[in-house]
Design a protein around this ligand. Structure first.
Ligand code: PMP
Length: 376
């Protein structure tokens, strides 16, 4: 029998793509989808109205190409970021995945390498293979932490053309100290390497001041990547962006497709940004649910990591695949990130979080996991 894999492999694929698997978070219709770190709060109706108005105005001009340099959107993003940034420092694309792809198209490529510290965001190796860049998997400590000394040493040893620091880190949760980021930048300065700080979850940080945006002045080879997919509840709109020295923006223009950000995307993003206070209003509630998950899982005898994100990574699960399936049987979809004994759950609304915790507690009881007493 010929499988679709056999059929694909009979195509004249690039050799380095053979045997690779695509990004594959399961897409299953369930009552409680807590597996891809979306903001699960519904869009406020007034924001929906503003988006519809913006898109209606854009629709009348869809016969023309959009503003290729999306200046209005970049101005609005720069104003949102603050830190003295202007539109010339900011660039946007269809999700921060496209941002990272564009960065690797410019600074990676054949004969070049990108280093990141695993476990980390699963798209980095895929973006590396798509751009024919060698992926180097750096190491973390046993508890998944990363010290300035270890990170800088690994960068010095491997001399990657691009280093990606995920802060807060997906899937483990915590943000990096700014000392780690500056140590990596200094190490990469020895060989003119680029340093990308992927801050997709920055708005959920326990300390909002802990952002690499504050490190940008005087660091020409540092890029801070952000997204509207998480805190802005805007995953469906596909808007990611970065802040960096204007020369980096000029370099990205060498590879971007002309008019890559459609007029509809630009209008949608502008409307959302102008209503950011309504959209970001749910961030505090999500942080409360996240902290509630950490507390409850600890009481259940599990080992949740501290989190600066909208998700919680937890260990101490005797059989993570079985628990993942148990939860799914209750309509609760979380993420098996492929690390034995660990799972990751997105902090949803209060109701979704309650459904997750109830289902989890019930299945743990069924499996008779020993419980920690509150004083432990
Ligand atoms: N970076 C990290 C760390 C992520 O977790 C994600 C999404 N899960 C992204 C980037 C990409 O998000 P998007 O393309 O939706 O901006």
């Amino acid at each position: 029998m010929t499988t679709s894999l056999d059929a694909m492999n009979s195509l004249p694929l690039r050799d380095d793509l053979r045997g690779r698997s695509p990004y594959g978070a399961p897409m299953i219709e369930v009552p409680y989808a807590l597996n891809v770190n979306e903001n699960t709060h519904p869009m406020p109706p007034e924001v929906v109205e503003a988006i519809v108005d913006g898109v209606r105005a854009a629709a009348g001009r869809l016969n023309r190409y959009p503003d290729r340099d999306f200046v209005a959107l970049r101005e609005e993003l720069a104003e949102y970021l603050g830190h003295g940034l202007a539109s010339k420092n900011v660039w946007a694309a269809n999700g921060s995945n496209e941002i990272l792809q564009q960065i690797l198209q410019v600074f990676g490529g054949p004969g070049r390498s990108v280093l990141s510290f695993t476990p980390t965001y699963s798209m980095y190796p895929l973006l590396a293979s798509g751009t024919n860049t060698e992926f180097i998997a750096g190491h973390r400590a046993e508890d998944f932490s990363l010290s300035a000394e270890s990170a800088a040493r690994q960068v010095s040893e491997n001399r990657p053309d691009v280093t990606i620091l995920c802060s807060p880190n997906n899937p483990t949760g915590p943000g990096l100290g700014l000392d780690v980021i500056t140590a990596v930048y200094e190490a990469a300065s020895e060989f003119n390497g680029m340093v990308v700080v992927d801050e997709a979850y920055a708005e959920f940080a326990r300390d909002p001041e802990n952002t690499a945006l504050s490190l940008l002045p005087g660091r020409q080879r540092m890029i801070v990547s952000r997204t509207m997919s998480k805190a802005f509840a805007f995953a469906g709109a596909r808007v990611g962006y970065f802040a960096a020295d204007p020369s980096v923006v000029d370099a990205i223009m060498l590879v971007r497709l002309p008019y890559h950000l459609s007029a509809v995307t630009q209008a949608t993003a502008l409307a959302a940004l102008r209503h950011r206070s309504e959209l970001l209003a749910n961030v505090e509630d999500i942080k409360r649910q996240r902290d509630r998950i950490v507390r409850t899982l600890t009481e259940c005898g599990l080992k949740p990591a501290s989190s600066d994100s909208n998700f919680v990574f937890f260990g101490g699960v005797p059989d993570s695949r079985a628990l993942w399936e148990d939860l799914l049987s209750d309509g609760v979809l979380i993420r098996d990130v492929g690390i034995p004994g660990h799972l990751r759950v997105t902090a949803g609304t209060e109701e979704e979080t309650t459904a997750f915790l109830r289902s989890l507690e019930r299945h743990l009881d069924d499996r008779q996991t020993p419980r920690a007493t509150p004083s432990e």
